[in-house]
Design a protein around this ligand. Structure first.
Ligand code: NI
Length: 391
């Protein structure tokens, strides 16, 4: 099966590059991807044996039903871009001011379209069905996965897989981390209400800046003293806004930031720890506080069964030493985790780093350049996974 499938990669690759470049040049922001989805649907509708649906208008679900009975597995790509002004210098640079595919979702989409095209030719060998999910709005919580899940897109899915480009990993490599691999991400807004006054008479005021400074320090004890050191979260206060002069103590201070965890228990406990610290510190100084949370994505957890399958298939379809098993999860977040809460799944990273062509920038950087040759590995990985349903 391996040789028949992989022989097709070169035959679709010109299309894959063209698709990727078109999507790159015409990026859409999260929740506004209808033009991108229209483009994907148009390209895929030309392929025989593919059924297309649009549960939300900025998504595309393509289904390939095999001629033999079997389970339904899903492969997912995200299709949204970022609010960045592109500085990559590529010939197919973004035509839309302030919008750029700087996270490789253009490549994810094109690689999956390539897999659709190849796999459609093997319908007679397929036992079961493959659902190709082109999902909007990965970059902005609540994320596009949530809507698709609520609309029942994965109700019949028994395994789900996805890929993400990774410029820190050399082109040619793949990376897998079993168990938690990306973090949960929740944002907070805190207001500390004190009492304003003249800077020369602090005793007549309740200074929210001094109290806020204490809060910033105390919040770090959540990391260092209130959580098992093996499961420490990240607590970052990224905004501290208060006052606007040399001699006026303001009424209030605003703090905002993010919490990342790799453990859903820790994630659940964090808001209570915040409340305890805020309550204690503000009360000690006669101030009060308000806090609101914006819940982001849950911890991404790669299922052992799906990982085992991915590992076996990579060993079969790639040269020895291609797969790096990572020991540590990363602290970015990813809404593929929402599917994985319901269906055993595996999310793998595809190395795209290549200093020879300037592919050295991290994702979400306006200079981000992708090694397109690495997309062949992404397509190969999709084929490898689905070959499990073929004979
Ligand atoms: Ni991404």
């Amino acid at each position: 099966m391996k040789n028949e499938l992989t022989a097709q990669i070169d035959t679709v690759f010109d299309d894959v590059v063209a698709w990727r470049r078109h999507i790159h040049a015409n990026p859409d922001l999260s929740f506004h991807e209808k033009p991108t989805a229209d483009y994907i649907a148009r390209a895929l509708s030309a392929i025989e044996g593919i059924e297309i649906s649009r549960p939300v208008e900025n998504s595309v679900i393509a289904v390939l039903k095999g001629e033999c009975a079997g389970p339904t597995w899903a492969l997912r790509a995200d299709i949204d871009a970022l609010p960045l002004q592109e500085k990559s210098g590529e010939s197919f640079t973004s035509q839309k001011s302030g919008v750029m595919h700087a996270c490789g979702h253009d490549a994810h989409t094109a690689m999956l379209m390539g897999a659709v095209k190849i796999l459609a030719g093997f319908r007679h060998r397929l036992h079961g069905a493959v659902k190709f999910i082109f999902q909007p709005a990965e970059e902005v919580p609540p994320g596009g996965a949530k809507d698709l899940i609520e609309l029942g897109v994965i109700d019949d899915v028994e395994r789900i897989f996805a890929l993400h480009v990774y410029p820190d990993l050399p082109s040619g490599k793949l990376m897998l981390k079993e168990g938690p691999y990306v973090a949960s991400s929740d944002n907070f807004d805190i207001t500390i209400n004190g009492k304003g006054g003249h800077g020369s008479t602090p005793h007549q005021s309740i200074d929210p800046i001094v109290i806020g400074a204490e809060v910033v320090s105390a919040l770090q004890t959540i990391v260092s003293r209130s959580t098992n050191p093996l499961h420490t979260p990240v607590v970052t206060v990224a905004t501290f806004r208060a006052g606007d002069s040399y001699n006026v103590i303001p009424d209030s201070a605003h703090l905002a930031g993010t919490v990342r965890t790799h453990d859903n228990e820790v994630r659940k406990n964090v808001p209570a720890l915040f409340a305890r610290i805020l309550d204690g510190v503000t009360r000690a100084h006669g101030a009060s506080f308000e806090i609101t949370w914006q819940r982001g994505y849950t911890v991404g957890i790669n299922h052992p069964d799906a990982c085992r399958l991915a590992r076996e298939k990579v060993a079969e379809f790639f040269p020895q030493g291609t797969l790096q098993e990572s020991q540590y999860p990363i602290f970015s977040s990813e809404d593929f985790s929402s599917y994985q809460e319901r269906v055993p799944g595996c999310f793998m990273f595809v190395g795209t780093g290549n200093p020879d062509i300037g592919a050295v920038w991290s994702v979400h950087n306006p200079h981000f350049v992708l090694d397109e040759a690495a997309m062949k590995n992404g397509i190969r990985a999709h084929l490898a996974i689905i070959s499990s349903l073929m004979e």
